[in-house]
Design a protein around this ligand. Sequence first.
Ligand code: SF4
Length: 323
Amino acid sequence: MQNDFNLIKHYLTVDREIFNREVRDKAFATLITQNRSRVFITGLLALTNVCTNNCHYCGLNRDNGKIKRFTLDDETVLSSIKVVKDLGLKRVLLIGGENPQISLSQYIKYVEYAKELDLEINLAMGVFTKDEYKILKDAGLDYYTIKFEVSNSKIFNQCNPDISFLERMKAIRNVKEVGLKLGTGNIVGLKNQSLDDLVGDIQLIKQLEADWVPIVPYIPSPNSIMAKDTPFGNVDLLLRSISIIRLLLPKAQITAGQPTQDSKLGFSDRQGNIDALLHGANKLFVEVTPFALRKDFEITKDRKLLEFEKIDEMLNSVNLNSF
Ligand code: SF4
């Protein structure tokens, strides 16, 4: 598919039957041929829910006084990374708020330990300087993930009071310039986001040649600023976006842990996950965050993930394999 504004917009709105035939089925076929039917299973560890920022769509915003804040100590981080290895997984994502209490040398320690265990490692911890990205890459970091959230700079600046769109884009480009693989993507259904904005989001993901696309629908998060007046994003538009991105970036990883429109099961919804897989998504997460802390890491509401034990059966049901 061409990265063409009008074509992408057409497919975001065309009759579902036509979309399925001309885009969804081709996206799934591309997943099978270009990725050998593989779905990338990754351990997810939330390092901290402390954040200096106040993003309007996020439940971890600094003004939310209703969650108990935590930061894992080094021992817990390293033992949780070991859990990922013991589960037989090949990769780990460390994720958290922008927390200046965690030092660069701690991140280096986590990266080096993951590499000792022969794990691929991805960090999603906010904005670092270009030099810091380079230091982390030299320590063995494989991926850095930093989302642009929405390609419309006006909307971005409205809902991100602590950083401008230009600064965020510079941080994203820095990740690429030091040679790290890039995780980046958008939120479908942010306040004031139009269909044209969503087309722009998809085009930007392609322009950036994202290696992982952590696309999600907007899910109102308790005690976030946007939740007061913005409903759950449109899952049909999310699924269409996934298929279009699969055709634009045949080898990219795209998040398959997705909800259905009306489910209370959040990202752990088996049907939501299957729908995303059939639209060409191919990345799932297994939570290794200490159990007692998971409820305090609600970036979005119902941030539950599918249990590890249920993944293989689900993938087999659509003729895909865990990898
Ligand atoms: S989205 Fe990230 S940077 Fe923004 S408030 Fe949430 S954790 Fe902090």
